[in-house]
Design a protein around this ligand. Structure first.
Ligand code: AMP
Ligand code: GLY
Length: 424
């Protein structure tokens, strides 16, 4: 069988790596892929990004099934297009992807269906937005309605910062159309976790839990990033909380979308904020897997992922039971100099060791040119260690990182700290 994975990040490398472990796989194509997918003999990069050209490729190459990694092609309707052409694809339609591509859509959906989330209002008019900020005070959170590649959320600790964020989005149009409307919402305190499930329109299959690290620097300082590391499972999501999140957030979301005439198919990622009392609220929905959460999650998955995707597109996810490695997987992102604002490209990468049962390195911003591996983007690698405890997984990942080198590499030295600090 031939499978196509759309995307070029660490998430897509991890998905393709896992799919390729299936005995029934002939080839996994990755479009456009990266240096790591180029180097893996079981994977093949295809230099196509346009959705219509990808559909043509899928038809010409007799691709059994396509899996989409990033949100941009999903929001652009790649799933609609493939389905119109009779091609099998796993992901949400353009309409369902609005759960991620429009914060206003997601918030009004949650409000309508009684799904716990922060209180909010949406504004297109800057005077009204400023007046609302004056009324609410800080801390407060300002979010661009549309997709803004991780730059659309400002957690304002002062009212000056909040007003500046509204000006940036509504008056100065710094985010273009994405910032033409803003959601202003209540600041929530607590600990975050990533809750990701697979949905086939009606059946829901939860994946292992995980926790991301959004800030660039140790101790959760510095600017927000796409994610500097993640581990799975996330012990904050106890079995009791897991059941509650399914009951209060995930099931009402999937049923609500079906009831609204927009059945959800694909990965559904609820970003949770869990307060001290153990109540979870939805910070955001993503209509795809997380990056870097996918990397540790895939490192733990034992079930044949190809068969899971086959059930997902057939609408039979209710027959699937996933098996997980009992160990913790912990992934540390190595980012380029200048990330996140202005990542430098073209630095030579050395020392990535071969995969072992205790460590695997997924590529993101890398290219393989003339036999040489170079940096080509912000997040360069995600080094995943596995161990019987978070601490042991962490040790594995950092021991491997010591062998890897490129100029200006930035990485956090404390990935997993919340889980390690947590009382047993
Ligand atoms: P989002 O893209 O909506 O997940 O926001 C990015 C990050 O901003 C989240 O991972 C949180 O760290 C933070 N954030 C978003 N919404 C809130 C909120 N209502 N209260 C506190 N922090 C938030
Ligand atoms: N790691 C956060 C995300 O994928 O959105």
């Amino acid at each position: 069988m031939k499978i196509l994975v759309v995307g070029s990040g660490g998430r897509e490398h991890a998905l393709a790596w896992k799919i390729a472990q299936s005995e029934r796989i002939q080839m996994v194509y990755v479009a456009p892929g990266n240096g790591g997918t180029a180097l893996d003999a079981r994977l093949k990069n295809v230099a196509i990004t346009d959705p219509a050209a990808l559909a043509q490729f899928a038809r010409d190459e007799h691709i059994t099934l396509t899996v989409v990694g990033p949100e941009t092609p999903l929001a652009a309707g790649i799933v609609n297009l493939f389905r119109e052409r009779g091609l099998k694809i796993f992901g949400p339609t353009r309409e369902a992807a609005q759960l991620e591509s429009s914060k206003d859509f997601a918030k009004s959906f949650m409000q309508r269906h009684g799904i716990p989330t922060a209180e909010y209002q949406t504004f297109a008019d800057s005077a009204a937005a400023h007046a609302y900020l004056d009324q609410r005070g800080a801390p407060i959170v300002i979010k661009a309605d549309g997709l803004a590649a991780g730059k659309g959320v400002v957690v304002a600790m002062s009212s000056d910062e909040a007003h500046a964020a509204v000006d940036m989005m509504l008056s100065d149009n710094k985010l273009g159309d994405a910032g033409a409307r803003v959601v202003i919402e209540e600041f929530l305190e607590g600990e975050e976790a990533s809750f990701i499930v697979m949905v086939d329109g009606k059946n829901i299959l939860p994946l292992a839990t995980s926790q991301d690290h959004k800030r660039l620097l140790d101790q959760d300082l510095g600017p927000n990033t796409g994610g500097m590391g993640a581990y799975s499972p996330a012990p904050i999501v106890t079995p009791a909380l897991h059941a509650r999140v399914m009951r209060e957030i995930i099931i009402p979301t999937v049923h609500g979308m079906a009831k609204d005439g927009i059945p959800f198919t694909g990965f559904l990622y609820a970003g949770l904020m869990i307060d001290k009392a153990g109540n979870a609220k939805t910070l955001e929905f993503n209509c795809r897997m997380g990056d870097p959460e996918t990397q540790p999650i895939m490192a733990r998955l034992k079930t044949d992922l190809l068969s899971v995707f086959e059930h997902a597109v057939a609408g039979t996810l209710d027959t699937v039971e996933l098996e997980w490695d009992r160990r913790t997987a912990l992934g540390v992102v190595m980012a380029a100099a200048g990330y996140p604002d202005a990542p430098r490209k073209g630095d030579a990468i050395t020392g990535i060791p071969a995969e072992t049962v205790e460590c695997v390195t997924f590529h993101a911003g890398t290219t393989h040119i003339d036999g040489k591996l170079q940096t080509s983007g912000g997040r360069v690698l995600c080094v995943v260690g596995l161990g019987d405890s978070v601490k042991m997984a962490q040790k594995q990942a950092y021991e491997t990182i010591e062998q890897i080198g490129f100029d200006g590499a930035q990485y956090r030295s404390d990935i997993g700290w919340r889980a390690i600090k947590r009382p047993a």
